[in-house]
Design a protein around this ligand. Structure first.
Ligand SMILES: *Cc1c(COP(=O)(O)O)cnc(C)c1O
Length: 454
């Protein structure tokens, strides 16, 4: 590859590269930040500046950067067999081995997996499989999937339709028979209710909606155990048990989108088990390979697998790269490292609690209305007035102001509206967590100063 300097890179980028979820004109004015290398929990940009990655890339680099074992796994596999497919009665060892590895770490009802290249594809696969399932069950009119406002399930047509982001629905339209109920976002929508009461009431909206639509039409409910891209929204303890009760009562499928929560972020292999959710299907991606190569999948529980396999003939679905050998080899090695280095136990017992304790202390900052989190996953609500929860006007872009201070002070923290969120690599040490908190506090101070608040 040619070596360009930062300015040349930015120029070419502006001319030829359309970025995901980006206002391109604004981007060109500012110039992109070019990330050139990474190690452990740190990134370096093309000017040589070192940055602490509080987001694990995009919620995915769970074991951190620079792990030679994953490089070797990919290299060896690419030398041996760089590509072959899993269509038409063929397969290869890495896909077979990864399916077994995944079944071993999944809750007991999961004994099968369908491979994809991303979380979006996993959710597309889910929509087709759910509707195919009900058709094989003799109920082809059961097509409606109920999701939640402000959910994120990817960016393909099915993914964005399942998601509850209005800005996404407005571009390109939405798939038929997807409905949205409200989210368990107590801080913003809880009103005068205590969290437990609010959790129950929000879950009960599912039952109301099922009755409105008619049970003969409803196929499934989907939710992220903790909403990620929506702003690390942690449901009250009463929420998931009530959702589970309703799904069981009406016999609809329950889908836990584990694309972020899976692979240790919450201190267990999956977010479902943290909340006692017994899912029928689990889309996975991101932490599955720690982002080193693209791979996703749909974990298929016995209830669905038995019908698809025993009653079905062809499931007319698949991707050229479903179960790509190099990506599977990397995922196998990633899961081995998560296990052998007891990274998930560490999140549960050491790093997670340590991060959460320091994070909670940010609540004493004048800008912070709430600091919440679980495992290696956290958010703060930036507010104009802590006591009244009065918000800053959206136009002010307070999140973006704070994010830019972070960028310029060597920390990646993401802004979602007026929320700042982190989802760091699971391997972050206590010293690195101290650094993260220190930098976060500094950037909150700078933001407060800029807004004239103290
Ligand atoms: C990121 C994400 C997806 C989409 O995954 P992609 O790999 O970006 O397609 C789906 N669901 C959840 C919960 C996600 O966070």
């Amino acid at each position: 590859m040619t070596t360009y300097n930062t300015q040349q890179l930015q120029e070419i980028d502006g001319l030829h590269h359309i970025h995901p979820f980006t206002d391109h004109k604004a981007l060109m004015e500012k110039g992109t930040r070019v990330i050139t290398k990474a190690d452990g929990v740190y990134l370096w940009d093309s000017d040589g500046d070192k940055i602490l990655d509080g987001m694990a890339g995009l919620w995915c680099v769970n074991i951190g950067y620079g792990r030679q074992e994953l490089v070797d796994a990919a290299t060896n596999q690419m030398r041996e067999l760089p590509y072959y497919n899993n269509f038409f009665q063929t397969t290869h060892p890495p896909a077979i081995e990864l399916s077994k590895v995944l079944v071993d770490i999944s809750p007991p009802q999961f004994n099968h997996v369908f491979f994809t290249n991303s979380g979006s594809e996993a959710n597309d696969t889910m929509v087709r499989m759910v509707r195919h399932f009900w058709s094989l069950e003799g109920k082809p009119e059961k097509t409606v999937i109920i999701s939640r406002e402000n959910a994120y399930h990817g960016s393909t047509v099915a993914g964005s339709s399942l998601g509850g982001m209005k800005g996404m629905h407005a571009q390109g339209g939405i798939l038929h028979d997807i409905e949205h109920i409200s989210q368990p976002y107590w801080y913003k929508e809880g009103g005068n209710m205590d969290p437990e009461e609010f959790g129950l009431k929000t879950a009960q909206a599912l039952e109301t909606r099922i009755k409105e639509i008619g049970i003969d039409r409803v196929a499934a409910f989907i939710g992220e155990p903790v909403q990620g891209a929506g702003g690390v929204i942690i449901p009250p303890a009463t929420y998931w048990p009530e959702i589970q009760r309703i799904c069981n009562k009406y016999g609809i499928l329950l889908i836990a989108d584990e694309v972020i929560c899976g692979f240790g972020r919450m201190g267990e292999w999956f977010g479902s088990t943290v909340f006692g959710i017994e899912a029928d299907l689990m889309p996975i991606a991101k932490g599955l390979s720690s982002g080193y190569l693209p791979i996703g999948g749909l974990m298929v529980g016995d209830r669905v697998a038995e019908t698809i396999i025993n009653k079905g003939s062809d499931f007319n679905h698949g991707f050229t790269y479903s179960g790509h050998p190099a990506a599977c080899a990397v995922a196998i090695e990633n899961i081995r490292i998560l296990k052998d280095e007891k990274i998930i136990e560490n999140v549960a017992n050491k790093t997670g609690p340590y991060l959460q304790k320091l994070w909670k202390d940010l609540e004493n900052h004048p800008l912070v209305g709430e600091a919440r989190g679980m495992g290696m996953f956290a958010a703060i609500e930036l507010v104009k007035n802590k006591d009244t929860q009065e918000a800053f006007p959206d136009e002010l872009g307070v999140g973006t102001i704070c994010r830019d201070f972070c960028f310029n002070n060597g920390l990646i923290m993401r802004a979602v509206g007026n929320k700042m969120i982190i989802s760091p690599p699971l391997v972050m040490s206590h010293d690195e967590i101290d650094e993260l908190i220190e930098k976060a506090r500094l950037c909150l101070d700078l933001t407060a100063e800029k807004l004239g608040i103290n």
